[in-house]
Design a protein around this ligand. Structure first.
Ligand code: NAD
Ligand code: UD1
Length: 331
């Protein structure tokens, strides 16, 4: 198969590209480089020995997308491109709706024109909002609590409508929990600009000495040690989840949602302890108030992905920290 990856040089897409190339597929990486680097393309080639096609462009350029789909004979699309910083989305909602929602409309128009109707979409556990019960399963009510999350929900709803209108569309919405970790080579990984918003990249920068101490947002949650609990998932497991999501669509039309998580929750302190084991140092930490908008616990019921996709996240928290440390310390 030839697969177009929008946002193709980004964190999750670059790992997925490796998995797809290693499974014998061709990939076309489409990215405007607003949050990634061009040299990722060469690194993917270094890991796999196969050269991905790279097209620099914005997903709102429908014509360029259409030409790219046609020129390379793409059978399917994995749609990663999007902006993802929650705080920024609160400050700049128009930017987020324009990029994420308008960008997806443009992609759907290009796909329709090119006759490519198979799509895997990068959704997020953030669509569940406040937990009514845990673990989250795919039937949990949705209701995002910030503009970023609402762009994901709007896109999911649009995709449902598109599938309802024409039975030749095939769409998997993959609701990621907390992706972390890096490729075992240390050649690709998450590379946030500035001070990271998310826990794992922040901890990694404390370990390299770029940041002084880990700020722990809240120690009075109703969890075992009082810190927030999340379902961290290794990015290579997630990459394999995309391959499984695509395989599923060979035999299924219509709209489908799947949680991609391990089902195991770890606290902030669990993650910090695992990172200390990985880097062999003690990391400074300071307790801070809760971060507004955070929930105490979030973890997946991934039974549907296991039974219908034949996929399960298997890599451990130690693997996640070791691979992050290898990537971060070799940069
Ligand atoms: P990332 O920022 O590393 O990758 C996104 C890529 O999309 C970047 O390379 C960026 O340059 C590109 N891009 C953004 N807008 C574009 C546009 N208009 N045209 C072309 N390219 C554009 O982020 P990631 O962590 O790899 O996330 C990928 C997807 O997964 C996103 O849609 C994100 O919302 C979703 N997601 C991520 C997480 C996470 O924790 N990383 C969790 C849930 C869902
Ligand atoms: C964040 C996003 C969410 C997205 C998810 C994907 C926010 C508010 N939410 O979720 O939309 O789907 O990433 O991975 O950004 N923490 C600290 N100190 C830090 C950073 C985080 O203690 O410096 C804590 C948080 O309070 C939380 C846990 O670590 O308990 C994980 O936080 P983070 O990595 O930001 O992920 P989420 O908040 O789950």
């Amino acid at each position: 198969m030839t697969i177009l990856l929008t946002g193709g040089t980004g964190y999750i897409a670059s790992h997925t590209a490796v998995t797809l190339l290693e499974a014998g597929h061709q990939v076309v990486l489409f990215d405007n480089l607003c949050n990634s680097q061009r040299d990722v393309v060469a690194r993917i080639e270094q890991i796999t020995g196969k050269a991905p096609v790279f097209v620099e462009g914005d997903i709102r350029d429908t014509q360029l997308l259409r030409t790219t789909l046609d020129q390379h004979g793409c059978d399917s699309v994995i749609h990663f491109a999007g902006l993802k910083a929650v705080g920024e989305s609160v400050a700049k909602p128009i930017l987020y709706y324009a990029n994420n929602v308008q960008g997806t409309i443009s992609l759907l128009q290009a796909m329709e024109a090119a006759g490519t109707r198979t799509l895997v979409f990068s959704s997020s556990a953030t669509v569940y909002g406040e937990p009514k019960y845990l673990p989250f399963d795919e039937s949990h009510p949705t209701g995002a609590t910030n503009p970023y999350g609402r762009t994901k929900l709007h896109i999911e709803e649009m995709l449902k409508d598109v599938c309802a209108s024409d039975s030749s569309w095939r769409v998997s919405c993959l609701r990621y929990f907390n992706p972390v970790g890096a490729h075992p080579s240390g050649l690709i990984g998450e590379d946030p600009q500035g001070i990271p918003n998310n826990l794992m990249p922040f901890v990694a920068k404390v370990a390299t000495g770029e940041l002084e101490a880990i700020g722990i947002f809240g120690s009075d949650y109703p969890t075992a040690d009082g810190t927030g609990v999340r379902d961290y998932i290794h990015v290579m497991d997630l990459a394999e989840g995309h391959l499984a999501g695509l395989r599923f669509l060979r035999d299924h039309t219509g709209w489908h949602a799947f949680n991609l998580g391990t089902g195991q929750g770890y606290s902030v302190l669990d993650l910090v302890a695992a990172f200390e084991r990985a880097c062999g140092k003690q990391l400074q930490r300071k307790m801070l108030p809760r971060r507004p908008g955070d929930i105490a616990s979030s973890y997946a019921n991934s039974a549907k992905a296991e039974s219908e996709l034949g996929w399960r996240g298997t890599r451990s928290l130690d693997d996640m920290c070791q691979s992050t440390w290898k990537w971060q310390s070799s940069k």
